[in-house]
Design a protein around this ligand. Structure first.
Ligand code: ADP
Ligand code: TYD
Length: 214
C-alpha cells in the first residue's frame, strides 16, 4: 500500500489556514476519489501539552499558575505536543495510506519561537528526527491585513502571540525560515492577500504538482 502524503498549511494568525484546510480536504477528496484526507491541527488539544498550550494562549491559567514568557518553556510544550501528534495521528494515518493535512507544524515553532528570541538554527535542529512534510504551503500576508481579518470576528479575544508587533516579527521569521529550509524540503510561499478562492486555486496548483496531476 502506498503511504499517504503529508501537507502542511502555515502562516501568521489570520492568514487563512483554518479557512483553506477544509477547502483542500474537499478538493483532494474529489480529486483522488479515495478516503477523506485527515485534517488535523497544532496545538492539538488532544495531548496534555496541547491542552496546556490552549489555556496559556487564551490566558486561562489554573490556580497557582503564572504567565510564562520564556521561549524555552513554550518550545518544550509545542515540541512535545508535536511529537504526540506525529506518533498518534500523523505517522499512523500516513502508514495506512491516508493523506494528512496539518494546520501548522514545525515551521510554526521555528517562526513564532524564534520571534520570541529562541535561536532559529536550534529550532530547526530539534526537528531533525520528525517527519518532513511532502509540501508546506506558507500563506504569506501582512500582519496588518491579517489583523483586520481577525478583527471581523467579534467573538475572538486577543491570544498570547496576536499583537501586531509580534505578528510582524513572526511573518519575517517565517520568510527567513522558508529560505533557510528550502534546500532540504519543499516549501511554497502563497500570496495570501488575495481572495479565499484565489488562494485555494494557488494551493490546488501546488498540490496537483505534488500528486503529478495536470
Ligand atoms: P487562521 O486560521 O490562519 O488564523 P482564518 O482562516 O480563521 O485564519 O481566517 C481569519 C478570518 O479571515 C476569518 O474570519 C476568515 O473567514 C477570514 N478570511 C480567511 N481568508 C480570507 C481571505 N483570503 N480574504 C478575506 N478574509 C479571509
Ligand atoms: P492557532 O490554532 O492557529 O490559533 P487560533 O486557532 O486561535 O487561530 O495557533 C495557536 C497559536 O499558537 C498561534 O498564535 C500560533 C502559535 N503557535 C506557536 O507559537 N508555535 C507553534 O509551534 C504552534 C503550533 C503555534
Amino acid at each position: 500500500m502506498d503511504e499517504g502524503k503529508f501537507i502542511v498549511l502555515e502562516g501568521i494568525d489570520g492568514s487563512g489556514t483554518s479557512t483553506q484546510g477544509p477547502l483542500l480536504v474537499k478538493y483532494l477528496f474529489e480529486k483522488l476519489k479515495k478516503n477523506v484526507p485527515v485534517l488535523s491541527r497544532e496545538p492539538t488539544e488532544l495531548s496534555s501539552y496541547g491542552r496546556e498550550l490552549r489555556r496559556r494562549l487564551e490566558g486561562r491559567l489554573l490556580p497557582g499558575e503564572e504567565v510564562i514568557h520564556d521561549p524555552v518553556y513554550w518550545v518544550s510544550l509545542f515540541f512535545n505536543d508535536r511529537k504526540w501528534h506525529v506518533d498518534n495521528v500523523i505517522t499512523p494515518s500516513l502508514k495506512i495510506g491516508l493523506q494528512v493535512i496539518s494546520d501548522r507544524y514545525k515551521l510554526s515553532t521555528i517562526a513564532y519561537q524564534s520571534a520570541q528570541g529562541a535561536s532559529m538554527d536550534d529550532l530547526i535542529k530539534i526537528h531533525d528526527r520528525l517527519p518532513v512534510p511532502d509540501l508546506t504551503l506558507l500563506l504569506d500576508v501582512s500582519a496588518e491585513i491579517a489583523l483586520t481579518r481577525r478583527g471581523r470576528d467579534q467573538h475572538r479575544t486577543q491570544e498570547y502571540f496576536e499583537s501586531l508587533e509580534t505578528q510582524r516579527k513572526v511573518r519575517n521569521q517565517y520568510l527567513l525560515a522558508a529560505q533557510q529550509l528550502s534546500s532540504s524540503e519543499k516549501i511554497v510561499i502563497i500570496d495570501a492577500s488575495k481572495s479565499i478562492e484565489d488562494i485555494a486555486k494557488a494551493i490546488q496548483q501546488e498540490v496537483n504538482k505534488l500528486y503529478g496531476y495536470k
